[in-house]
Design a protein around this ligand. Structure first.
Ligand code: SF4
Length: 307
């Protein structure tokens, strides 16, 4: 364990608006072949739970309503003995005054059904998980050194979706990794259709100097990478449109985090699953948790009226 954030943040809380971002780990012990983080940030260190809880309480006292726990591989957090990410989530999610708790980014290998159970059962832990799966083919996952198979990933996600219906799952994705065939890529598309992510952050592979993957032949032609990227974006846009439309008419809890930049009578906020919403009819204040009915959807934005 090592304390690596400024002492004044721990004591006074580092709050931006109604949110506070708390680094709980730094560095990474994984060796994904495309990633430079282990070289730039070093081996993973975790802060003590006491220091994290002190910072979380200070942030809530200072007005934070939503806490974000941060780490390159946030769910491999480990303090002394058996105290790990589950225990930390369990404690922080029960702090007085906290409305929402989010974290990013977990690694699929360190995600487990026990964490899914806690997420499903604890109201303050948002039903939102950014769980990068990167590629849908086991051959590519192995070349990426992700140390899990697609089936491992899908099994964990399926369990969470059963336990917490409506949970929103997002991912990062790399297309055109060295050796990725058309058949490999179609596994990725198939996985997108199966999981139905709320958001996908796709990247065209390009070698990062100093990584293991940079030693591999960058053998997927640029045009194929671009075409695959376009297919991912098109499929995800279609899925997103269906998901947004399905939300019209539903009730959601929105945490108000800002006044609308052009319409001072409207407020903006996020659903539990992290979808952006503009809420009409007030009065609300920043930091209010408001029950709304979704009335419309445009692109990636929802519109709602307070109940
Ligand atoms: S991609 Fe994430 S888990 Fe993999 S080495 Fe980089 S920081 Fe670590």
């Amino acid at each position: 364990m090592r304390e690596f954030v400024p002492e004044r943040w721990v004591e006074r809380g580092h709050v931006e608006g109604i949110k506070a971002y708390i680094a709980i780990t730094k560095g990474c012990n994984n060796h994904c072949s495309f990633c430079i983080v282990p070289q730039t940030r070093g081996r993973e260190v975790s802060r003590s739970p006491e220091s994290i809880l002190q910072e979380a309480r200070a942030a809530i006292d200072k007005g934070a309503r939503e806490l974000w726990l941060l780490g390159q591989n946030v769910n491999s957090y480990r303090a002394a003995g058996e105290y790990g990410f589950y225990e930390l989530l369990d404690e922080i999610s029960q702090l007085d005054g906290l409305i929402r708790l989010r974290f990013t980014s977990p690694h699929p290998r360190d995600w487990n059904n026990r964490l899914s159970d806690l997420m499903a059962e604890r109201k303050t832990i948002c039903k939102q998980l950014h769980l990068p799966f990167q590629a849908g083919s086991d051959a590519v996952l192995q070349a990426m050194r992700r140390r899990h198979t697609l089936q491992d990933y899908l099994g964990k996600v399926d369990y969470l979706q059963q336990r917490a219906p409506g949970v929103e799952i997002s991912t990062d994705l790399i297309v055109g990794f060295p050796g990725e065939t058309e058949a490999d890529f179609e596994c990725t598309l198939h996985a997108l259709g199966q999981v139905r992510f709320s958001q996908v952050f796709p990247f065209k592979y390009s070698p990062r100097p100093g990584t293991a993957a940079a030693k591999l032949a960058d053998d997927v032609p640029r045009q194929a990478k671009e075409e695959r990227l376009a297919r991912v974006i098109a499929l995800q846009e279609h899925i997103n449109e269906e998901q947004q439309r399905a939300l019209i008419g539903t009730e959601q809890d929105v945490l108000i985090d800002a006044v609308h930049p052009r319409e001072p009578d409207l407020m903006n906020g996020r659903t539990d699953g992290y979808r952006a919403v503009t809420v009409a009819v007030g009065p609300h204040e920043i930091g209010d948790l408001v029950r709304v009915r979704i009335t419309d959807s445009r692109g990636h934005w929802l519109y709602a009226e307070a109940e």
